[in-house]
Design a protein around this ligand. Structure first.
Ligand SMILES: [Fe+2]
Length: 128
């Protein structure tokens, strides 16, 4: 990734503090499943899965919309790797989150996220 940016004369800077990431992690931290170690673990996995899933979608859009063939291919490969990360984290949650209904927890998180996006309005269409 860094090499590709360098080729185009871009440098990585410090990441800005992202309200989306912040709000999502606060929701999970204070969520109802945080009272057991398995619940804490599942929340961490779901948080990671959400970040990967959204990043996967972003790379998908870029891989479809960008004219430069080299970059399209590059974003396509990033999209595929993010999709793998997403399924890996959800898989860990299902495998090690004993007693936790991971599907219900994931659904809750998706619902919370939808409300979050609505609360941000139009200004936050991309993040990360
Ligand atoms: Fe990833």
């Amino acid at each position: 990734m860094h090499q590709k940016l360098k080729e185009r004369g871009l440098e990585l800077g410090f990441e800005r503090k992202d309200p989306y990431v912040n709000d999502l992690s606060l929701y999970l931290k204070h969520g109802k499943r945080n009272s057991t170690p398995a619940g804490v673990f599942v929340n961490k996995m779901l948080f990671a899965a959400m970040i990967e899933a959204r990043s996967c979608e972003r790379f998908k859009i870029l891989s479809e919309e960008i004219a430069d063939a080299d970059l399209r291919q590059f974003y396509r490969s990033l999209m595929e790797s993010e999709a793998r990360h997403y399924t890996t984290f959800l898989g860990f949650a299902r495998k090690y989150g004993q007693g936790i209904d991971v599907d219900a927890a994931w659904k809750d998180l998706l619902e919370f996220e939808a409300q979050l996006m609505e609360s941000y309005g139009q200004k936050e269409t991309m993040h990360g």
